[in-house]
Design a binder for this molecule. Structure first.
Ligand SMILES: NC(=O)c1ccc[n+]([C@@H]2O[C@H](COP(=O)([O-])OP(=O)(O)OC[C@H]3O[C@@H](n4cnc5c(N)ncnc54)[C@H](OP(=O)(O)O)[C@@H]3O)[C@@H](O)[C@H]2O)c1
Length: 201
């Protein structure tokens, strides 16, 4: 049994990841406004405080990250910073701050998304951020010490999110959050590192 912290545990994807991991592991559930523990991944001090409270873990999973969706022709730099600050630097903040709290042979699993590979209308911020996360995982995988691994899960649009995201994803076949969660389990329990697990496409 491993001790795994899931940041974003209260979300659509996070809840399914928690359910899948709980079958065999101790799972610490972290949300921004709900959940067993609270943290703000955009704030390094908040991430450090979280790990000060929960102590060492075998795995860190992040299923969170805001993006800005909107037409490029009207996009402001401030709007573009939303994805950079939240989904990109937020998840990177977690790795930078948490690495010393991860046990030997432990793992990080971050979340990107299909828009990195398949651009959609209004999605320039999402495509940029998701591919930057791939770059981070590729770079970090060769440097993390003590056998610590890092992988990225890139799901297509979730069935559970089609009501709100459907108009952006016409012609995309959605995948369930539960099926997406399997890729997180593969990352946590497997041996691979530096990988991108694409789910549903
Ligand atoms: N939904 C999809 O179709 C889909 C498809 C592919 C990829 N993704 C990616 O998967 C990730 C999760 O998406 P989702 O739809 O599950 O989102 P969601 O339902 O909105 O859940 C977001 C989760 O993150 C937490 N959170 C929000 N801001 C945070 C912060 N600053 N610090 C720490 N935790 C924070 C929320 O906590 P509270 O509940 O307390 O607010 C919640 O647990 C995102 O990166 C998204 O781009 C989603």
């Amino acid at each position: 049994m491993k001790k795994i912290v899931v940041i974003g545990a209260t979300g659509t994807l996070g809840q399914a990841v928690v359910t899948a991991l709980k079958a065999r592991h101790q799972v610490i559930e972290v949300g921004a406004t709900r959940g067993q523990y609270r943290a703000d991944i955009t704030d390094v001090a908040s991430v450090e405080k979280l790990f000060g409270e929960i102590g060492n873990v075998d795995g860190v999973v992040t299923t969170t990250g805001k993006l800005h969706f909107g037409p490029l022709t009207e996009m402001t730099a401030d709007q573009f910073w939303v994805g950079l600050r939240d989904k990109l630097m937020g998840q990177i903040n977690v790795v930078l701050a948490a690495q010393r709290f991860v046990n030997d042979g432990g793992s990080f699993t971050l979340t990107s998304g299909i828009v990195g590979d398949e651009p959609i209308r209004d999605g320039a911020n999402a495509t940029t951020v998701n591919l930057a996360l791939e770059g981070f995982v590729r770079g970090a995988a060769i440097e993390l010490p003590r056998g610590i691994r890092i992988n990225l899960v890139s799901p297509t649009v979730l069935e559970e999110s089609m009501e709100s995201y459907g108009p952006y994803f016409r012609g995309f076949e959605p995948v369930s959050a539960a099926k997406s969660a399997m890729a997180f389990v593969r990352s946590v329990e497997g041996a691979q590192t530096g990988r991108v697990y694409r789910v549903g496409y």
